[in-house]
Design a protein around this ligand. Structure first.
Ligand SMILES: O=C(O)[C@H](O)[C@@H](O)[C@H](O)[C@H](O)COP(=O)(O)O
Length: 240
């Protein structure tokens, strides 16, 4: 691939929107199109989401899309180890903003159990995700520290979470830069996806993403490991 082609390829992989609302509308339409195509081709579809504050508008817009949600499995790339009614729960965020109306028929798989710590639930959550197979749409967010899912810089087992040869589906993470213990998919599980999307907003995160792309050091900016993936290659959806 020539330098010009690689620049064009990179440009194609970075979709910039004039507003967060426009991003949410286009992302919801793109994801719905992929899910409908998966339903036609394979009779089922899978969607893995990230939590945090960024995706709330996207979830609400996607919930309005007309498709056979009853054949769509929805789960999370990670969740905080809190009760499902806690304000910081990604499970709650998805249930309250996406799984409404027709989208309420989706098959939701929670990453949280009643166990005291996520390390005690890795086996159970791995079983829950055992039949997921190659994911149709994987949507990642990114923190200002370059984390994605709950693979945080400085976390004791970050290297295990980023190990591309790992056969683990999820790992328990005790972040040092964020609250709550977490259950997180591993990078190896995340990359077994047909469509890989990074959804971020704001100038600060755009600068962090660009730094990660240039420095290529996943230990300090874990998102660099996602950007390094060529199959699947991540498409970034960004708005100011
Ligand atoms: O549980 C989580 O926190 C998310 O899955 C995480 O990976 C999120 O995508 C980033 O932290 C960005 O969060 P914001 O959108 O709140 O900045």
């Amino acid at each position: 691939m020539s330098d010009r082609d690689s620049c064009n390829a990179l440009a194609d992989r970075f979709r910039s929107f004039s507003s967060r609302d426009r991003l949410d509308e286009d992302l919801a339409a793109d994801v719905a199109r992929i899910l409908r195509s998966a339903l036609e081709q394979r009779g089922k579809a899978s969607l893995v989401l990230s939590g945090g504050s960024t995706p709330k508008g996207f979830f609400g817009t996607l919930a309005k899309e007309d498709l056979d949600w009853s054949r769509v499995t929805v789960t999370l790339a990670d969740d905080r180890w809190v009760r499902a009614d806690h304000r910081d729960s990604n499970d709650r965020l998805v249930r309250e903003n996406l799984l409404q109306g027709a989208a309420g028929d989706a098959q939701f798989v929670s990453l949280v159990t009643q166990d005291e710590h996520p390390r005690d639930a890795v086996s159970e959550i791995s079983k829950r995700l055992a039949d997921l197979g190659t994911i149709d749409v994987m949507i990642l967010g990114m923190g200002g520290d370059g984390h994605f899912a709950s693979l945080f810089p400085g976390a004791e087992n970050l290297s295990a979470g980023l190990d591309l040869s790992s056969s683990d589906t999820v790992i328990a993470v005790d972040p040092i830069t964020a609250p709550h213990a977490r259950m997180s998919m591993t990078l190896a599980r995340i990359l077994d996806s047909r469509h890989l999307i990074v959804h971020i907003v704001g100038e600060e995160k755009r600068a962090v993403l660009e730094r990660a792309r240039l420095e290529k050091d996943a230990a300090t900016l874990p998102i660099a490991a996602v950007l390094a993936s060529e199959a699947p290659a991540a498409t970034v959806y960004w708005a100011p």
